[in-house]
Design a protein around this ligand. Sequence first.
Ligand code: RIB
Ligand code: CA
Length: 326
Amino acid sequence: MATATHSMAAPAGTTRVPPMRRFLIDTDTASDDAVAIVMALRHPDVQVDAITVVAGNVGLEQAVQNALYTVELCGEQTPVYAGLAKPMMRTLETASEVHGDDGMGDCGLPLHGRTPTDGRAVDVIVDTILAAPGEITLVCLGPLTNIAAALLRAPEIVDAVGRVVVMGGTGLHGPGNVTAMAEFNFWADAEAAALVTSSGMPFEFVGWDISITSAVVTQQRFHDREAIDTPLAAFSRDVAQVVRRFAMGIGLEGDDLPDPIAMAHAIDPSVAEVSRLYVEVMPGDGPQRGAMSVDQIGSTGNAPNIDVVTHYPSDHFFDMLFAALR
Ligand code: RIB
Ligand code: CA
């Protein structure tokens, strides 16, 4: 009996279209999250199945409105779901002094009156991952509260999720951006970060160290972006006007873009330098809250659990960013 052969090669004379990569984005939508969302929505090979929102940079309702506005600005219909409004075991401490009261640079955008899709973010995270084993790249851009709740509800997502790219932590050498030792996403909900990091999910951490070394909008990058002269380029400039002042006030050459460079790694990990190490995140209060313990020489005897990005080329990142803004 003849058997059908299912050649993977494209028919002669055609080029094989790469399969769409399916992303699920969890975000505490403020200025840099919004730019990262634009990068995913505008990438031809990426399908964003859903955006789930968590409280962090701003309160949950504002983060939901910011995400809905960003999706609308890109002319997309991507569903946006509201998630958890506070960390697992502590009160919410936002970063409005960094991103502005509305989280989007207080530049007068109409960030209100839009309606999220019915459904709970935690259920969407679980259902989307379990419905497509191995296919979903979960990109985490905020505190890990929703992810922790999803893990508690359905631990089987550990083995079902394809990749988990996290903007969080301080990489191999720091520094922290909220305390000397901790980065905001891990600090804001340290217990969720500790729980998630120890879960066994296939993590790739893109820390704030990568952002301040490879994703700073220096004067030259600022002018290069101005030359693009599109509404999305103007949007990415305007929403960052508060964080730019904050960043330059702490000595950076411009605003840095942690979520966008994490998104760049999610889209194209091929150019990243990565070390697979054993990492823990510290729960609790005090100076160690949300700090990363990175075992670089195997002294803990624990098996490595995280792919820590140690370098991402700046030119490659800005090429990807600017392509999304055109
Ligand atoms: O520390 C940087 C991270 O905290 C980014 O995700 C930024 O959006 C804030 O959430
Ligand atoms: Ca964020």
